[in-house]
Design a protein around this ligand. Structure first.
Ligand SMILES: *[C@@H]1O[C@H](CO)[C@@H](O)[C@H](O)[C@H]1NC(C)=O
Ligand SMILES: *[C@@H]1O[C@H](CO)[C@@H](O)[C@H](O)[C@H]1NC(C)=O
Ligand SMILES: *[C@@H]1O[C@H](CO)[C@@H](O)[C@H](O)[C@H]1NC(C)=O
Ligand SMILES: *[C@@H]1O[C@H](CO)[C@@H](O)[C@H](O)[C@H]1NC(C)=O
Ligand SMILES: *[C@@H]1O[C@H](CO)[C@@H](O)[C@H](O)[C@H]1NC(C)=O
Ligand SMILES: *[C@@H]1O[C@H](CO)[C@@H](O)[C@H](O)[C@H]1NC(C)=O
Ligand SMILES: *[C@@H]1O[C@H](CO)[C@@H](O)[C@H](O)[C@H]1NC(C)=O
Ligand SMILES: *[C@@H]1O[C@H](CO)[C@@H](O)[C@H](O)[C@H]1NC(C)=O
Ligand SMILES: *[C@@H]1O[C@H](CO)[C@@H](O)[C@H](O)[C@H]1NC(C)=O
Length: 203
């Protein structure tokens, strides 16, 4: 009895600790490099992460986690060699990352070519009643060919795009990563100071 009470108390304390972490304001645009006005990448979009996981009772539940001021932690990325630029978003107390790989082909066409995600599940407010079989770190990756446009243009898509071809990993699956109200220009000409997105291709 006593141990039941104290474990209830402990989980309450844990929940309070989890939900009292500082909220971080979501940036209006993700820009790289972070401390320069000569940008190599700019993007904005709304994002919802849909995760299916097994609960303690063996049933599956889907947790819909929107990227917002409560879940967002920080972002970073690289504009590297070989026509590959990446944007990484970190959320849920820095335990979950989503990386977007953008690439540019020999005809200067840019696209979102790969999405990687690493989720860490625990029995917390985001994954209530998470089974021990679903807890822990789960990596996901999928190749894509999305948002194709010329390097000199931006890409705009207000409708929802579902990235939903992740393979399940143990007892955890990313059902989809939903992107909406998107505008991206993953290969900005960084030899000039950035003023605004280039005119867009609309979808
Ligand atoms: C994103 O950046 C563009 C170009 O600089 C700017 O016009 C727009 O207001 C920014 N959006 C937000 C939400 O900050
Ligand atoms: C399933 O997940 C949702 C969203 O996280 C949560 O609100 C709900 O309580 C969960 N269901 C159960 C039975 O734990
Ligand atoms: C995040 O907080 C800022 C400032 O309080 C607010 O303007 C913005 O609308 C919020 N964004 C979201 C997605 O909740
Ligand atoms: C770039 O491509 C070359 C040749 O394909 C390869 O040897 C090199 O490791 C790549 N560099 C990076 C940073 O990926
Ligand atoms: C997440 O990581 C960033 C960058 O390392 C750090 O500034 C921030 O305080 C971390 N947030 C939490 C909740 O650990
Ligand atoms: C791609 O862009 C580079 C730099 O702007 C340019 O020199 C090259 O001619 C372009 N290639 C094609 C196939 O358009
Ligand atoms: C956990 O599961 C129990 C029993 O199924 C349910 O009563 C409770 O609401 C669930 N907790 C959450 C946070 O969803
Ligand atoms: C994804 O693309 C990489 C090369 O970029 C390739 O090695 C890998 O096999 C591809 N994965 C799938 C599932 O097609
Ligand atoms: C998935 O959960 C079942 C029990 O529900 C367990 O037997 C199995 O080992 C788990 N699979 C993995 C890969 O963890």
């Amino acid at each position: 009895m006593l141990s039941k009470i104290s474990s209830t108390f402990l989980s309450l304390v844990c929940l309070i600790l989890i939900s009292s972490t500082n909220a971080v304001e979501l940036p209006g645009n993700y820009t790289l490099p972070k401390s320069s006005s000569n940008l190599c990448l700019i993007a904005r979009f709304d994002l919802v992460l849909n995760v299916e996981y097994t609960q303690i009772d063996g049933k599956k539940n889907i947790s819909k986690i929107p990227l917002n001021n409560e879940t967002f932690q920080y972002y970073d990325g690289t504009c590297g060699l070989n026509n590959s630029h990446t944007l990484t978003l970190t959320l849920l107390d820095n335990l979950t990352t989503i990386t977007f790989d953008f690439s540019m082909d020999e005809k200067n066409k840019t696209s979102l070519s790969r999405v990687l995600a690493t989720l860490t599940l625990a029995d917390n407010e985001f994954f209530p009643n998470c089974s021990k079989y679903a807890r822990g770190i789960h990596p996901f990756v999928t190749n894509e060919s999305l948002f194709i446009t010329d390097r000199s243009k931006s890409y705009r898509c207000n409708a929802q795009t579902k990235i939903d071809n992740f393979k399940s990993e143990g007892n955890v699956t990313i059902k989809s990563i939903d992107l909406q109200n998107l505008r991206i220009q993953p290969f900005v000409d960084n030899s000039i100071i950035f003023h605004d997105y280039a005119t867009g291709k609309n979808d």
